[in-house]
Design a binder for this molecule. Structure first.
Ligand SMILES: Cc1ncc(COP(=O)(O)O)c(C=O)c1O
Length: 378
């Protein structure tokens, strides 16, 4: 299979959140986390076959769906999961909110990494739960968990730790030691863990993603793992997610509201996910190669611009760029006014940073990097 990810795509007039927010004649939009590539041909074909049928009635999940997911987890991550541990959900975001609401009481608090994908924090504030930041540290150019500081950060009332692995933003793919340190701390302090692993399929450089729940029975019994193929195969608009929880109490919690206030996934979500699991692997491998070359371009260009820097990007397509030395009040606005829309670091808890989405054609990326470089010269 040869996929040409350089082929230009046009997302105007498709109601794209990323492309409709700004005037596309003036601004290159590299913010919200979806990619400018078509999904794999197997996904497009499966959806188109389903559409041709023309009847879109109430639909249950495909036969053996949980078994198929369990086999996928074993193949991809050496993670042995009983199909009964899997709960099918419409999205990772709704699952994050459910986890915080169900796994803590009002008087209990939550640990969350900082910086982090904003919905981890919002899940706490919207539920009226206190949270404590786990400030990530840049060590050897990787944003790592503050494992040694954990005992001083958790309090008597801490009940739940949220993890984002691979990390967004910061793109760290946590290694076994880092995860073991974190897992041990959670065991010692009797904390539940909810691990958002939506970026697991986008680990670069042939590294392996390690689901934290795969470390040991003890960790598995206190963990809810959230996964989805939305990011990897670029279909978040028709997506579906799943939670894996060995502990039946945690599993029941994740089912709260399902098919009541939380709708089930659409039939297209099942179709797209099943096709990606069954036939998407060759496309994914090519995508990873392309993203690596984009990652290399971003890393070398940004680190050659005075006053900007970016650490090692180990996964996904999101560069977390430190603009502290620019001494600019609002780096996001600086680059937006120059013609590139990034995500403001404040969204993730760090106003001196921006997040650049490099899941796009190399020609667009190179143009965006030129604009960023010129904006820094002014
Ligand atoms: C860490 C993380 N979790 C969840 C999501 C969104 O998941 P979903 O589209 O399934 O709600 C994103 C999207 O950017 C993300 O980066």
């Amino acid at each position: 299979m040869r996929v040409d990810f350089d082929i230009p795509t046009n997302r105007l007039e498709t109601d794209s959140i990323r492309w409709d927010a700004y005037d596309s004649k003036k601004v290159l939009p590299l913010w919200v986390a979806d990619m400018d590539f078509q999904s794999p041909p197997c996904v497009i074909q499966a959806l188109s076959n389903r559409i041709q049928h023309g009847i879109f009635g109430y639909t249950h999940s495909p036969k053996q769906f949980n078994q198929i997911i369990a086999r996928y987890l074993l193949n991809q991550y050496d993670w042995s999961v009983d199909p009964d541990w899997i709960v099918i959900l419409p999205s990772v975001v709704s699952a994050l909110y459910t986890a915080v609401q169900q796994l803590t009481n009002v008087n209990e608090s939550v640990l969350i990494p900082n910086p982090v994908y904003h919905h981890l924090r919002l899940a706490c504030t919207e539920a009226g739960r206190k949270y404590h930041d786990l400030p990530l540290r840049l060590v050897d150019q990787r944003w790592v968990l503050p494992n040694k500081e954990l005992p001083y950060i958790a309090t008597q009332d801490t009940k739940l730790a949220l993890l984002c692995n691979p990390q967004n933003p910061g793109s760290t793919v946590f290694n076994k030691d880092e995860l073991m340190g974190f897992g041990d701390f959670c065991i010692k302090n009797n904390l539940w863990i909810c691990s958002d692993e939506i970026h697991a399929g986008l680990v670069l450089d042939g590294k392996k993603h390690i689901p934290i729940a795969s470390l040991s029975k003890e960790v598995s019994k206190r963990t809810v793992t959230l996964m989805s193929l939305n990011k990897t195969f670029n279909f978040p608009g028709v997506g579906l997610a799943w939670a894996v929880a060995e502990n039946p109490d945690l599993r029941n919690s994740m089912q709260t509201g399902l098919h009541q206030t939380i709708a089930e996934p659409s039939l297209f979500a099942y179709t797209a996910t099943l096709a990606a699991i069954t036939d998407g692997e060759p496309w994914r491998q090519e995508l990873l190669q392309y993203l690596q070359t984009n990652r290399d371009l971003v890393t070398s260009r940004i680190n050659h611009i005075d006053n900007l820097s970016v650490g090692k990007i180990e996964g996904s397509y999101l560069a977390w760029i430190d603009c502290t030395n620019l001494n600019h009040q609002n780096p996001h606005k600086l680059f937006l006014d120059a013609g590139v829309a990034t995500s403001p670091g404040s969204q993730f808890g760090q106003p001196n940073f921006i997040r650049l989405n490099f899941g796009t054609q190399k020609s667009k990326l190179a143009k965006a990097l030129d604009i960023i470089q010129n904006a820094c010269l002014r």
